[in-house]
Design a protein around this ligand. Structure first.
Ligand SMILES: *Cc1c(COP(=O)(O)O)cnc(C)c1O
Length: 343
């Protein structure tokens, strides 16, 4: 494996086929009042603005996953997620946009008593996705369950179905964040050659893998900090390095996947996946009122809480600090009851 030298090679990156779904480039906006409050220069990369229904980081990944589904002539896509999965909603919206059918496997406590449609699941259903409710035990077997369901649908004789993995976080989907690294590099270039810090939420690792790959391939010096919202640091270091290895193998890229060099903050998972603490919700309120930017309780709000907590503790990071807003706004609505006391 070679180490890319500083500065990018003249050859363009070998992107796979892509279908346009996201509104790109997303803005890189200053957060002047937040920056003044914490005494650091913080910018926001607004990947929540990739679209309305097509809001958030999954949309960049789906540009590659769904181009592959279309290229193979599939009639539909199958994917999975938690009950309020942003990835599932983005897949449902993208499928509807592209004339594909969509089968979702959504994890709930009790598949016999599914929740009423709200937030993302309301949108999934409006967009025509078929929803199958599955238990946590079934979800643990998703790697085998997804292709089984695709085969079952295909057996109806209406055509083949494409499997998009959880979060579209495989080598193919991670190209979306290789492209985002390239987009961000162009936006940061006028600020000078110094390294910046990019902080983002980590849930299934595809965003992190794509950013790491993009920065390596383009010779960018930025410090990448993933704030995990479930599991722990070693789990994500392994998972992200695994995606980087797959990228290197499948596309013949000169990538180094050294798990111990992948920076993950594991201190901000809090009460667990999709569970909130009051201090996290107060951060969401703080950014909303200071800057008119809404983060979500499951991902971007936890990453924000992690970043601001570290800055308050005096942690130094190269500046500017780019807070990558990965979306998730529809996950806010099912939490209205918890947020109401803060209003
Ligand atoms: C899925 C998701 C993430 C995490 O991205 P991964 O690529 O799965 O690590 C972050 N923020 C939001 C809003 C998400 O929906």
């Amino acid at each position: 494996m070679t180490t890319p030298s500083a500065g990018r090679s003249a050859a363009p990156l070998p992107y796979p086929r892509r279908v346009t779904l996201a509104l790109r480039p997303t803005p890189l906006q200053p957060l002047p009042r937040l920056s003044a409050r914490v005494g650091r220069r913080i910018l926001c990369k607004r990947d929540d603005l990739t679209g309305a229904l097509l809001s958030g980081n999954k949309v960049r990944k789906l540009e590659f996953s769904l181009a592959e589904a279309l290229g193979r002539g599939c009639v539909g896509v199958v994917t999975c997620g938690g009950v309020q999965s942003n990835h599932a909603r983005a897949t449902a919206a993208a499928a509807a946009r592209l004339g594909l059918r969509c089968q979702l496997l959504l994890r709930v406590d009790d598949p016999e008593t599914p929740p009423a449609p709200e937030g993302n699941t309301l949108l999934d259903r409006l967009l025509g996705a078929e929803v199958r409710w599955i238990s946590a035990a079934q979800y643990a077997e998703r790697q085998s369950l997804l292709p089984e369901v695709a085969a079952e649908l295909q057996a109806r004789g209406e055509g083949s179905w494409f499997v998009v993995p959880e979060g579209a976080s495989d080598a193919l989907g991670s190209w979306g964040y290789v492209a985002c690294a390239e987009e961000l590099a162009a936006q940061l270039a006028p600020l000078g050659p110094d390294p910046a810090t990019v902080v983002f939420a980590v849930g299934s690792g595809g965003t992190a893998a794509g950013l790491h790959a993009g920065c390596q391939l383009l010779g960018l010096p930025h410090r990448l900090v993933g704030v995990c919202v479930t599991d722990d640091r070693p789990t994500f270091q392994r998972r992200i390095a695994g995606i980087l290895d797959d990228l290197a193998d499948q596309y013949d890229l000169p990538l180094r996947a050294e798990p111990e060099r992948i920076e993950i903050w594991q201190e901000y998972v809090g009460r667990g996946y999709a569970l909130s603490r009051p201090e996290e919700l107060r951060r969401i309120r703080e950014l909303a009122r200071l800057e008119g930017v809404i983060t979500d309780p499951v991902y971007s709000g936890k990453a924000l809480h992690g970043l601001l907590s570290e800055l308050e503790r005096g942690t130094t990071l190269p500046e500017p600090i780019v807070f990558l807003h990965t979306g998730g706004i529809y996950g806010l609505f099912p939490k209205a009851g918890e947020i109401a006391p803060l209003l």
